[in-house]
Design a protein around this ligand. Structure first.
Ligand code: NAD
Ligand code: UDP
Length: 386
């Protein structure tokens, strides 16, 4: 392999990376990338390892020895500090991060996203370790434009909706709208990390993902997750398609999102890992501003793509509207629109997303169909207990 160099043409030294939350959706893709394309070592910490099993076994894998799984709950495990001390870089992905939990398990949400992250930040600061912390685009909350009258021409002005790391405010709903428990906890941990940087010289990078999607995201209820569980929208809609049910549009599916393919986003994280001088002290939006759709449009495209992938015709009534109260319960609220400004990540790391929404849904739904269609058929054929 030719010597790998960073963006400033300096050779990249192999690192030991302590990845917390390595068994989740993003962690599994990041571990895979680090094993296949780099010489770095990973100490992979999580409570689960199902999504990285293919990287851990068998011993004959070419990267065996470069990835080590530690089953650890960071809430209460004295091994955490020792593992952080062994690493050159700490990446913290661990979180409760499914919207259905924010208003129904607000205490767990705040503890997971703020309290449980505190020792990680403290150990990094005390031991002079670099930290890449995963925050969220939700820290922006609602756009300024959403407060303008519906017919105001200013709603079309990007100044009222594009989200910029260094200038946009963070706008959340009232405390009864417990949806914002997650965003608020993430905002406070960002502020704490930023303050550790300012006062104690912690070397940090904060990542704000904008709806990263792809294979292995969340779970399919009743197959590899609880039957009553409510995952994020990609898995909810995949589940509906696999079961030949109408896709549920919360409050009419009018909210807008920009979706980025996980593999594009992982390229951005790798650039952060390998270019510390360009990434330290920065907060980065990571998303695809070109892939904006309403949730209703997302449903329509997924229905089209899945018809092609599965060879099954679409339902006559392919979507239904549900109220957010019915779907998520009391205290739900929504972000109206999320377009990331890409200036900072472009300038620092020269990164741009590549994959169109159609292409990323095509590969993701091909994976969903291949992975789950048989299991769903079997589970639906089983007689239910009377
Ligand atoms: P995920 O739920 O798939 O992964 C999180 C992982 O953290 C899980 O495997 C979980 O078991 C682990 N974890 C949680 N609490 C833990 C604990 N106490 N001890 C050990 N492990 C623990 O979620 P993801 O999509 O991979 O997200 C990773 C990070 O990125 C999160 O911080 C999330 O808030 C952030 N994020 C992701 C997106 C996205 O588009 N996927 C968007 C915004 C923010
Ligand atoms: N949503 C929906 N139907 C579903 C699941 C989600 O209409 O079955 C909507 C949800 O209300 C939100 C958007 O899809 O407006 C994205 O939801 P997701 O859970 O992926 O997370 P978010 O982007 O809000 O963090």
């Amino acid at each position: 392999m030719a010597a790998r160099t960073d963006l400033d043409r300096r050779p990249i030294k192999p690192l030991t990376i302590c990845m917390i939350g390595a068994g989740g959706f993003i962690g599994s893709h990041l571990c895979e990338k680090l094993m296949t394309d780099t010489p770095h070592k990973v100490l992979a910490l999580d409570v689960y390892n199902d999504k990285i099993k293919h990287l851990l076994e068998p011993d004959s894998l070419s990267w065996a020895g470069r990835i080590q799984f530690h089953r650890i709950n960071i809430k209460h495990d004295s091994r955490l500090e020792g593992l952080i001390k062994m690493a050159d870089l700490i990446i913290n992905l661990a979180a409760i991060c499914t919207p259905a939990d924010y208003n129904t398990r607000p205490l767990d949400t705040v503890y997971s996203n703020f309290i449980d992250a505190l020792p990680v930040v403290k150990y990094c600061s005390e031991n002079n370790k670099r930290l890449i912390h995963f925050s969220t685009c939700e820290v922006y909350g609602k756009t300024i434009g959403s407060f303008l009258p519906k017919d105001s021409p200013l709603r079309k002005d990007p100044a009222y909706y594009v989200l910029k790391e260094d200038t946009s405010p963070c706008i959340f709903g009232s405390i009864e709208k417990q949806r914002w428990s997650y965003a608020c906890a993430k905002q406070l941990i960002e502020r704490l990390i930023y303050a550790e940087g300012a006062e104690n010289d912690l070397k940090f990078t904060i990542v704000r993902p904008f709806n990263w999607i792809g294979p292995r995201m969340d779970f399919i209820p009743g197959i590899d997750g609880p039957s009553e569980g409510v995952p994020r929208v990609l898995a909810c809609f995949s589940n509906n398609l696999l079961r030949r049910e109408p896709l549920k549009l919360v409050d009419g599916g009018q909210s807008q999102r920009t979706f980025v393919y996980i593999k594009d986003a992982i390229e951005a994280v790798l650039l952060m890992i390998e270019n510390p001088d360009r990434a330290n002290g920065h907060i980065f939006n990571v998303g695809n501003p070109n892939n904006e759709v309403t949730v209703r449009q997302l449903a329509e495209i997924m229905i089209q793509v899945y018809t092609k992938v599965s060879g099954e015709p679409a339902l006559e009534v392919p979507t239904i509207d549900v109220s957010s109260k019915q779907f998520y319960g009391e205290g739900y609220d929504d972000s109206d629109k999320r377009i990331p400004d890409m200036t900072i990540i472009n300038k620092q790391l020269g990164w741009n997303p590549k994959t169109s929404l159609w292409d990323l849904l095509n590969s993701t739904l091909t994976y969903q169909h291949r992975t789950y269609a048989e299991a769903i058929k079997k589970s639906m054929a089983k007689p239910t207990a009377s």
